[in-house]
Design a protein around this ligand. Sequence first.
Ligand code: GP9
Ligand code: MN
Length: 742
Amino acid sequence: MRFKKFHQFLNTRWGYFTLLASLFWLKTILVYLIDFRLGVKGIYEYFVLLINPIATTLLLLGLALYVKRGVPAYIFMTLIDIANTALLMFNVIYYREFTDFMTINVILGYSSVSEGLSTSSLALLKPQDLIIVADLILIAIGFITRFLKVDPNPIPKKQAVAMTSFSVFMLLFNIVLGEISRPQLLTRTFDREYLVKFLGLDSFTVYDAIKTAKNNHARNSATSSDLNKILEFNKENYAKPNPKMFGIAKGKNVIIIHLESFQQFLINYKLNGQEVTPFLNSLYNSKQFYSFANFFNQVGQGKTSDAENMLETGTFGLPQGSLFSAIGTGNTFEAAPAILNQTEGYTSAVFHGNNGSFWNRDNVYKNMGYQYFFDSSYYNTNSNNLTEYGLKDKLIFHDSIKYLEHLQQPFYVKYITLSNHFPFTIDQKNQSIQPANTGDASVNNYFVTAHYLDQALQQFFDYLHKSGLYDNSVIVLYGDHYGISDTRNLKLAPLLGKSASTWNNFDNAQMQRVPLMIHIPGDNNGGVQYQYGGEIDFLPTLLHLLGINTQKYIQFGTDLFSPQHNQVVAFRNDNFVTPKYTVVGNTIYENSTGDVITHPSESVKKQIAKDRKHVNEQLTLSDSLNNKNLLRYYVPKGFKPVDPKDYNYHNDFAKVLAREAQLGNKSDSLWTLNHDKTTINDYNSDAPELQTTDKNTPNVESADSSASKYFSKMHEYTGLMSKIEQGQGLDSSSSSTSNSSN
Ligand code: GP9
Ligand code: MN
């Protein structure tokens, strides 16, 4: 009886609608759990994942409820389901090949970064994929066997509207749930994975379509004449290099160390009488580093990715959202990795413990011309080894050596740390300083993770000294943006000898200082530098140190060492600081006192107006260049535009070893120069994770196995890995000389 009722219901339009919707929901969830690695954590995220296909499925299938005639309604509903199934299926195949989701550009084949799906991709199909089409096959059989019949009775419009309203409500509810877990999820779009995890594949695809259409509109209306103003500004703004500094590090390696959320106030700061970052303080105060006391972050919503963009392209992030995520895939870049490779033959690589798609890095780095990107898939990512955003800092430095030592020199490498990231939590065994006591957990713990980062850096520098890299590498340390937000500064104020009651925007602006420390090999004339500057000024500074003239490149900052350096530092929100003044909105503060200048003199007004004009020009022209992708119209003399298709970051270890093998004794990797022996034994770390016997995770084994065909070299690592497995750890006594067999 009950089955008869159910069968009757199935033969109504609502029945067929419910059948399609529930089967589509079910297969989507199965695909999420089986085929995608969405990094779902905790009940809340699983709940959001379970409901995220509902809204769009009901909304899309619900469109057919407005069709009056029976057969067309059923055909329309089934076609919607088939199209949605196709999107699901192609994403499953695409994800298998690229560990990523299909953007509109990929679907339309416009993607400049990846080939999209080819016939060979179909080889990636697996028997389990039948699940994805099983419901359609069953439904076809249902109609053929007349188990399912078309219900000629149209759905009353009111009911169709009700279903649409309900699905729109579900969508909004879903977005709210996503925002609760990841504030600004849609505006900042950290990662396509997050969008799929919180909003579902359909929403992600629609979102990407809207974004792409907006970008294309901006681009299609652009012409090369839009470049004229930018080239003019670039010419006027160019600051000649300091003759004493130009080229003093020509041909040296470059090691960039990104200090996550690290603010300048931590330098030389003592918490309860204990230095929070003793090692960084020792560098900051040494003559072997040029350390900048008035260097500011200028990031917008793109946070880390904005800092990366400024440091490597000399252009600002966008006024809203992240440039990397919003336009990074399709834009033309003329960035440091490509410039250094084309002018000086530099090898380039990034080491970062998060998945490659975060901030769309895996696409942007291709456009920047990065040759290698060792993301989390190259490391042992057992949960023990991770903090919220990925691999712990002591491990990223240690575990990267096996890749770093095979890179041909000179190399330009970037380490992006991430343990010192909001909310600054790290496990007990890695805590070695007491948290502060401000009543705000994240402020309290900020000092704990900063201290951990400081230790990780000390261990890395010990290795750099032992391996000799310290003496032939430019080493750059910089903080990317604030860790403590303006609102939480009120909790921090007492620790800085200030009171929350008097804390104001002037203080917030001063807190945007981040460290910039540059070690130039063989140069002991460093020390603390007081000129004002920001992240936008870094690239011309670095290129001039390496002896590369920047006049032909479009960059919005000026060389910090140049006598003509412009010390007006723009913030992304149009506020700015200069050596004398801090300007927030229409309020002018005197830097020396922090007081508001209520009645500025004519000369002060004139000066501020001039500086504000410069700031607006810098930001507006940079936005025009990026939003309209104008670099596609501008090729600096001798520069070869980067083709992102020349890069993919799979099997990078194998590629690095292949290059080394190819060069034979012409190779100048650290490994070759160390007589084909590893240098990893020169790396001492007290990281508790390295003392345990955690098995290597599949991704390290896959990186190793794909590299293992490069004959015996691997035994050095496997030998060491087995040592670790036997819990012997990595003390200095086991240096390479002792256990190398060849
Ligand atoms: C993510 C990491 C942090 O991989 O770089 O990014 P953030 O949240 O600071 O922009
Ligand atoms: Mn960051």
